[in-house]
Structures are given as structure tokens and as C-alpha cells.
Design a protein. Structure first.
Length: 684
């Protein structure tokens, strides 16, 4: 047997998915995360997962990993001491930014901490003009002195970002060589390598974040590589990027800024694969884990890729799947604010101490405690009995909150879920309604350990009538690692009016980007037949602040290519903003190449219809508090592993499996499709 393994390291659990390339068998496993050293939990999960299938690490042909190391280090301020060298007179740009408050009407809102203190931000003489010509050459001696000064200050990482280096990188290349000579032990982040695009502040911020996180990611990667090698792994492991593709561990260590959405991105990749398999083109994904919920919209089977985003207040110019995150997970803590109102999150109990029912010292109620109290989740154990919990501890925690609110015990538990559902519904409206999409036209694909528990309630809040629960919802991000390709992105900014675009110049721009992609293909040893290149361009009306990405056909750029770009831009603009500005000049901004190295993926075959009767999967009953009735209702329990294609279950029902629990309310019916997904729909 040959196994492909995906590992997703989350805030509460580390998920492992094993796929047998010969038989198509899928085996899942979960262990508690180890926040003090995530590599320890990952190695434990892989070792225990292999034990479940009686295999050794030598039989593994692929190991992909999604991580929150970079994200958590950024959020918690655990990066390294970083220095910045930039064009003279611009060292304060990092702190000035766009001179905007984080929240326009909140006078108390704080801006995030500046990652480089002012004494470590140095300017040197050099200047490149907006057309790429040199106005003043780089003062190499001044740069060398700046490097020595930062070295004496004990920085571990140095970011270099000069004006207009995306048009002419010669000064930065010279600076990089000097930095290597003077301070070889420092982690170096050079802006034209990290984000060769316009918008000076965003490029500077991205470069600094990369420098700030670089040594942290390097330490993590080296530790994990050693542990996996000691386990007997013979293949080079891969790490997920925010764009949904994977890259080598060493590449990720050099570009940690590209991994800030590493974990949730592969859940969206898996959702895209499920959509293709089932013929469901329009999906809204809902990934609820222990600390947060991630949502994304898939229109015509694809999730939009954005090239600029803000993560914890820091602008980043890197390709990312368009995923919106809120601090609402199973471990989110419920509390009463100063105004006497019930709130939930974003503070989380995490993996340790975890929810009150874990019995590890937390006395504050969480979303999981509310579900355990209502018995929508098993009140005695999780993970098929491997993890014991105590419902009485949940009762004590929620009762304390109920006493503060002056409400009943179950009323308070249900209120916790109402609040968290409202938070998640708001997040979904951001990616759907606010962008011209009606969620009622979409299927809600719910996954994550806590997603299927809340899915039906969330769908009702949004007016959605169809919910899909994948075969392995609690480990779908890990499964997504087995369905993704190697990927790298290349870009070049050149502000060009569409009406006067030089076809030859545009063809040459794409040819240069494709040459960079081919060099990357060669470095990654990707076979010629497995190479895929997709072109796009960011387009806007002249004077707009935001661009829209439009696909560009392969081959030479012709008049027809430009007409297709214009038509694509206008259609996307109408979808997003509701109008087209007839006669306004259109501008091409940044030209992009997405290079994918296609790899063998986990593949699932449809199963024969076994009929509607699901009685063979019944394991018993338990009283479950249902909001539809406002009371406990004796509810039939089903074992998900025993359900077959075609089986049909009328609510109320609870469908249990090792990695999650699905709640089927009284007014819904669950049907198992040919790929063993659960389809929840309103009962006739």
C-alpha cells in the first residue's frame, strides 16, 4: 500500500487524513493540538494515523501540511526583532500607512502595533522615478552602514523596500548583495522578491511582515522536518499557501507571508473538488473549528483569488483565496459585557484548557458547552470515546452566565448559539450579499469539527434551503491537502490604458512572467505534461482605488484579447457594483501568472444506491433540546460510518462520527448522495 497524508494543525485539534492510492480507502484521525510546539502534535497525529492503517512512514508517498504558525505569530506579536531599510525620507511610511482609522466611527479603535520600532527604521539615499528611471543612485556606503547599525542593535531579520523597485529592482539587488556580505546570518526580505507590485505602503507592509515572521517559520519548519524524518518519512513534505496550492517547506520558510491562510485554504480546495464531483457549482463554505469560523463563496465552482488583503490589521499583497474569518468557534467563550449583553468570542478557550466540559480548569462557558448541555453533541465523550467530557461542568459554567443574565439554563445555552449563529451569518453576508450574490441561490457546505452541528440553524438564518455535509467534515482541510497542486504566482505592475495598449508590449510582459514560471517548474522538477499556466490582469476604471481581476486567454495578445478583457471587466464590475461606467477610460494595472504543477490527487468513486432504509445505522436515542420546540425531544442517533448511498433520515436526528456531529432538525431530511455526502433539505 502507498499512502498520501494531509495534516491540518488547528487551534484545538490537529487533523490527519490518510488516503490509500491503491484501494481509495480514506482513514481519518484527530489528536489535540500542542500550541507550545505544533510540530509535536503533528508528528503524534501522523504516527497514530499510520498505526490505524498498520503502515509505516516509509509507505507515505506524499505529506501535505496546513499550519497556523505564521498567522498566530502575527496575531500574538511573537515575531522576531526586525529592522527596515528604505528610501531616505520614507522610514515613517510603515507607521503612517494610509492615515485611516481601523473603524471609521470607533474613536477608541486601536491600530495594530508597528512591527518595526522607529529606531530600527533607517533611510538611505537612492531614488527611482515612477517610470523606472534612476534619479539618484544607491549610496552603497550608507546602506552598508545602516546594515551594520541594525546588526549592532541585535535584529534577527532585515526588510529592504525602496520606492518603485517593482519597476526597477537594481538598487534592491545591490542592497541584497551588501546585506549578505555584512550580515549573512540575518533573515532578509527584499520587496521586489516578495511583492513586485505598486502601492508603496502595502508592498512595504508585506515585506516587513515577511521579515518579522521569517525566522519563526524557519525554526518551526526545521523542527518539523527533523521529527518527520525521525519518524521514517522519506518524501519531502509540502506546506499549504494562502492561495490553496502547496510549496516545499524550505520555500515556505523563505516566504511565510504566503502562508497566513494556510489552514483554511485547503478546506476551500476540497470544497471545489466536492462541487465538481457532485455537480454543485454554487457553494458557500462554512468551516467552523475550535477557535474561529471561515467562510468563502464558490461561484461556478471556483473561489475568487484576491491579491491584496488585511490580516490582523496588516495589509498584505499576496494571492489568497477570498476567505472571511470571524472569531466564532466551538471554544469561543460566552460572557456578559459591561452593558449587560450576552456576547460570544472572539476570545477562545483553545485546546488547553478548552471548554469547561474538558475538565482542564476552564470555568467559562463556550459554544461547545452550550451544545453539550443541549445534547446536540455527545454529552459523555468526543472522538468516538477517546476523549471523555463532563456535561455537569458545562451546566455549572452556563448556569453562572444564566444567573448574570437573569435567564433560565437552557434559554441561556440556546442564546449562546443564537449569538454565534448571528456572527457567522453576518460573515456570510459579507462575502455574498455585499458582493451581489444571494445566499438563497447557494448550497451551504458545512465542515470543521463544529460546522455540521450549527449548519442547519445557520442555513435557516440565511434563508438557505440546502445544506451539504461532506464525508469527513471534521478533517476536510486535511483532506483538501490531498486534492491540491503545487502553485506559485508571478506578477508585474505596468499602468496601461486599455484603449492604447501595445499588444506587443503586453505579450512581452506575459512572456517574461511565463519565463519566471518555467524556471520555477524546473526548480520543482515538475514534468512538462504536468505544467499549467493561467493568465489574468487586474483592471480598473482610471482613478479607481480598487482593481478587478479578469482572466486572459493564452497565446499572443491581440485586439480580440483586449475586447475579451473589456467585456470580462464590465461583467465583473456590474456584478460587484451594480453598474458599468460607459465611456470611462479603462486601465490595465497588474499582469499576473498562476503557475500550477499538477500532482496525483485523492479520487473518490460514486457508490451504488443502497435504498432509503437507514435503520442499520441506528445506535439508540437521547433527548436533545431543539429550538424548534423549545424543549428536549427524544432523538434518534445514527452512526455516520454505517450510512450508505441513498439512505434517507427524517429529522429530528443526530448523526455521529469520529470527527464531527450533524444535527438534523425536525423540519429537515438528510439524504446520503452517491459520494456519501449528507444532503439536508426542508422536509416536503
Amino acid at each position: 500500500m502507498t499512502w498520501r497524508i494531509g495534516v491540518d494543525s488547528g487551534g484545538t485539534f490537529t487533523d490527519v487524513c490518510l488516503f490509500d492510492e491503491d484501494s481509495g480507502e480514506v482513514v481519518t484521525w484527530k489528536v489535540s493540538s500542542t500550541p507550545d510546539d505544533p510540530s509535536r502534535g503533528i508528528t503524534q497525529g501522523v504516527a497514530e494515523g499510520l498505526q490505524q492503517v498498520s503502515a509505516s512512514a516509509a509507505e507515505v508517498s506524499f505529506l501535505g501540511h496546513g499550519t497556523t504558525v505564521a498567522t498566530n505569530a502575527l496575531i500574538q506579536g511573537r515575531g522576531v526583532k526586525t529592522g527596515l531599510i528604505t528610501t531616505e525620507g520614507f522610514r515613517d511610511l510603515l507607521e503612517i500607512g494610509r492615515q485611516k482609522r481601523p473603524h471609521l466611527y470607533d474613536l477608541q479603535a486601536d491600530k495594530p502595533e508597528t512591527l518595526v520600532t522607529r529606531d530600527l527604521r533607517l533611510g538611505v539615499a537612492e531614488r527611482v522615478r515612477p517610470d523606472g528611471t534612476v534619479e539618484e543612485g544607491l549610496d552603497a556606503d550608507a546602506f552598508r552602514a545602516a546594515v551594520r547599525s541594525l546588526k549592532a542593535e541585535g535584529v534577527q531579520s532585515v526588510a529592504v523596500s525602496f520606492l518603485y523597485s517593482f519597476l526597477n529592482a537594481e538598487h534592491e539587488k545591490t542592497a541584497a548583495a551588501i546585506l549578505t556580505e555584512e550580515f549573512p546570518e540575518a533573515f532578509a526580505a527584499i520587496s521586489h522578491r516578495i511583492a513586485p507590485e505598486f502601492r508603496e505602503y502595502e508592498r512595504l507592509s508585506t515585506t516587513v511582515v515577511n521579515a518579522y515572521l521569517g525566522p519563526v517559520m524557519q525554526v518551526y519548519v526545521k523542527a518539523l522536518q527533523k521529527k518527520l524524518a525521525d519518524l521514517g518519512l522519506r518524501v519531502a513534505p509540502q506546506l499549504t499557501q494562502s492561495n490553496g496550492g502547496v510549496i516545499a517547506f524550505d520555500t515556505a520558510a523563505e516566504n511565510p507571508v504566503r502562508t497566513v491562510l494556510s489552514g483554511p485554504s485547503t478546506g476551500v480546495v476540497a470544497a471545489q473538488a466536492i462541487g465538481r464531483m457532485t455537480g454543485t457549482d454554487n457553494l458557500i463554505t462554512f468551516d467552523m473549528g475550535g477557535t474561529s469560523s471561515d467562510v468563502a463563496l464558490l461561484s461556478n465552482g471556483k473561489c475568487r483569488v484576491v491579491n491584496e488583503s488585511v490580516v490582523h490589521g496588516y495589509p498584505l499583497k499576496v494571492p489568497m483565496l477570498d476567505i472571511h474569518t470571524v472569531g466564532a468557534g466551538g471554544g469561543s467563550i460566552a460572557y456578559v459585557d459591561n452593558g449587560g449583553l450576552l456576547k460570544v468570542g472572539p476570545r477562545s478557550a483553545g485546546a488547553n484548557p478548552g471548554p469547561a466540559c474538558y475538565g482542564l480548569g476552564n470555568a467559562e462557558p463556550t459554544v461547545t458547552d452550550a451544545n453539550v448541555l443541549m445534547q446536540t453533541q455527545n454529552p459523555e465523550y468526543l472522538l468516538n470515546g477517546r476523549m471523555k467530557i463532563d456535561r455537569s461542568l458545562s451546566q455549572v459554567a452556563v448556569q453562572t452566565l444564566a444567573d448574570k443574565l437573569g435567564l433560565g439554563l437552557m434559554e441561556t445555552a440556546n442564546g449562546i448559539l443564537d449569538i454565534v449563529i448571528a456572527n457567522m451569518a453576518k460573515a456570510i453576508r459579507v462575502i455574498s450579499v455585499q458582493r451581489g450574490h444571494d445566499p438563497r441561490d447557494y448550497t451551504l457546505l458545512a465542515f470543521g469539527g463544529a460546522g455540521p452541528v450549527q449548519a442547519a440553524r445557520l442555513a435557516r438564518a440565511l434563508g438557505m434551503t440546502r445544506v451539504m455535509i461532506p464525508r469527513t467534515p471534521g478533517v476536510l482541510c486535511a483532506l483538501g491537502l490531498l486534492m491540491t497542486d503545487l502553485r506559485a504566482d508571478f506578477s508585474a505592475t505596468s499602468l496601461t490604458p486599455l484603449s492604447g495598449a501595445d499588444n506587443g508590449m503586453l505579450s512581452a510582459t506575459y512572456a517574461d512572467l511565463e519565463a519566471q514560471a518555467e524556471a520555477w517548474f524546473d526548480a520543482e522538477d515538475i514534468l512538462t505534461g504536468a505544467r499549467l499556466i493561467e493568465r489574468s490582469v487586474d483592471v480598473r476604471y482610471a482613478g479607481q482605488n480598487y482593481e478587478i481581476s479578469v482572466p486572459v486567454a493564452s497565446g499572443p495578445v491581440t485586439a480580440e484579447t483586449l475586447r475579451q478583457i473589456e467585456a470580462g471587466f464590465e461583467a465583473a464590475h456590474r456584478q460587484l457594483y451594480g453598474f458599468v461606467a460607459e465611456g470611462e477610460p479603462i486601465q490595465l494595472v497588474t499582469f499576473r501568472i498562476a503557475a500550477s504543477g499538477l500532482v496525483e490527487k485523492a479520487d473518490f468513486q460514486p457508490q451504488p444506491d443502497a435504498g432509503a432504509d437507514a435503520t442499520a445505522a441506528i445506535t439508540g436515542t437521547r433527548p436533545v433540546w431543539m429550538p424548534e420546540t423549545g424543549d428536549f425531544v427524544e432523538t434518534t442517533l445514527y452512526n455516520r460510518d454505517r450510512l450508505l448511498a441513498g439512505n434517507r433520515i427524517a429529522g429530528p436526528a443526530i448523526i455521529d462520527q469520529m470527527d464531527s456531529t450533524t444535527v438534523v432538525p425536525p423540519d429537515m431530511t438528510a439524504t446520503v448522495d452517491a459520494y456519501l455526502n449528507l444532503i439536508l433539505e426542508q422536509s416536503a
